[in-house]
Design a protein around this ligand. Structure first.
Ligand code: OGA
Ligand code: NI
Length: 263
């Protein structure tokens, strides 16, 4: 998968630019930064966005890199994501299929960002990606095996998540935080760049269906004194995603805007 990614970004600029678009609604596009139309500071990243499910619908849209590698990768990631969703449900004391049922059986929003971070002459002036949490349910990240760049916020300090042979990084996203009523927290993370070497990563985003109704699981909203405390109000994923893309990446946690108001 990383080799396919590298080959794509090595194509001549004219070839790649045929795929360029800054329209977030497009299911296949090459873009840059995060949300070029909204943001004031751009990020030092290019990315190829590919939707992954159902594969027969989307794979024909992809650039003509060997698609089997990418299709297989998407399929395997999907299976892994489902296993993780089941395990997270069980870890919360919920029925195994709870999260999958809430997110929807088809999870058609599954997509990936193939990220390319070119060497940056002045890395102190910007990021590859600034501090953010992912708006979806779970993100499975395949990192460049040679070049580090991912950092996560832990107890107020940025910690490097260096590549580890054969390892994937799993980020909890905002939807699992909402569903679990804050038992799982979506992780603040960012990507830094360096002056000498380009870096690649492949982010796979497992997403609820657009009409999935996300709200804290009722079993997880009982306070110690027996009172019912749902931190977040119910919302559809479509509503959340629209809000997320209407903002800059570098802002307060999008979930803050979906908190229940305490009377
Ligand atoms: C992302 C992301 C980190 C990385 O795509 O949302 O956080 O290391 N990527 O590329
Ligand atoms: Ni992210």
């Amino acid at each position: 998968m990383l080799r396919v990614a590298a080959e794509f970004f090595e194509l001549p600029a004219e070839e790649k630019m045929k795929l360029y678009s800054d329209d977030p609604a497009k299911t296949m596009r090459l873009s840059t930064s995060f949300n070029v139309k909204k943001e004031k500071v751009h990020n030092w990243r290019d990315y190829l966005r590919l939707h992954c499910h159902p594969l027969p619908k989307y794979a024909p849209q992809w650039p003509s890199n060997p698609p089997e590698t990418v299709s297989n990768y998407c399929q395997e990631i999907r299976e892994l994501g489902f296993r993780l969703e089941d395990l997270i449900s069980e870890s919360l004391g919920l029925e195994k299929s709870y999260i999958r049922k809430v997110l929807g059986d088809h999870q058609q929003g599954q997509h990936m960002a193939v990220n390319f971070y070119p060497p940056c002459p002045q890395p102190e002036l910007t990021y590859g990606l600034p501090s953010h949490t992912d708006p979806n349910a779970l993100t499975i990240l395949l990192q460049d095996q040679l070049v580090a760049g991912l950092q996560v916020l832990n107890d107020g300090r940025w910690v490097a998540v260096n590549p580890h042979p054969g390892a994937l990084v799993v980020n909890v996203g905002d939807q699992i935080q909402a569903l679990s009523n804050g038992r799982y927290m979506s992780v603040w993370h960012r990507a830094i760049t360096n002056t000498k070497t380009a870096r690649l990563s492949v982010s796979s985003f497992l997403c609820p269906e657009d009409d999935a109704l996300i709200s804290p699981a009722p079993e997880l909203t009982r306070g110690d004194d027996g009172s019912l405390v749902a931190i977040y109000r119910g919302f559809t994923y479509a509503e959340y995603y629209k809000k997320f893309w209407s903002r800059n990446l570098d802002q307060e946690h999008c979930l803050e805007l979906f908190k229940n108001t305490i009377e």
